[in-house]
Design a binder for this molecule. Sequence first.
Ligand code: SAM
Length: 276
Amino acid sequence: MIPGSLYVVATPIGNLGDASPRAIEALRAADLIACEDTRTSRTLLARHAIPARTVALHEHNERATATKLLRVMHAGRNVALISDAGTPALSDPGALLVEQAHRAGIRVIPIPGPSAAVAAFSASGFPAERFLFAGFLPAGRSARRKALEGLELPWPVILYEAPHRVLETLADLAERFGAAREVVIARELTKKFEDVARLPLGEARDWLLADPHRQQGEFVLVLAPGEPRSAQTLEAERVLEALLEALAPSEAARLAARITGIPRSVLYRRALERAK
Ligand code: SAM
């Protein structure tokens, strides 16, 4: 261990066997372990007989706790940061502490390991040159639908979703991106009831309803990439979206065609899809 450093340690997302030897070594050697929830992390720490010198660091106390932890590290002691599962600071607390450590000149050392997003992506089979990690979509339906507008991309999109919203979100994805677009539903990764299904969005609802257990547990959704679109098409769609806020589809398509040069018939079809 390098004295006075911050170790950002990834921990298992279900299967405790996924804790890497380096992760265990870093936790054992840390003077203090900052946990998202000290009770949740107790299972992992107990399994490896790591004496619990823990402090809670969660979204409600992150600023104040970060200040205290910086003092600990300035005094030459090591701090390890872990979250309830997976990689800290990824849809989890920790980024503020890491940022402050950088600003204070404290060395930040990542100990890489499990992350639900990367595990799901690796099991998707979608092209891997590029992807977008979009985390959790907004919980409210209209905000969620709005957020989906920004996810029409020519590369895969990774989403986290809560079990009680997964049906609704898959319905919104099908409506927005079409029933034929594929999705990977990665559920309970590394756990006993793990499921990874790749199927068209139009079949996702039936797949989830086919077995009551399939709507339980933790989910990652990986949306297949969309067709690459030219800058002109993207611009035309933006113009069309704006016009549709005030005009009927036929009029919006006519004006968008005049402004952008994209054929009216193409834009009219798109406008009707949006109106649905
Ligand atoms: N930092 C974590 C990581 O690196 O994976 C993610 C934390 S985020 C608060 C928790 C979400 O991750 C869950 O709601 C679920 O969407 C996803 N997740 C975590 N563990 C999972 C698992 N074993 N299988 C599928 N999804 C999981």
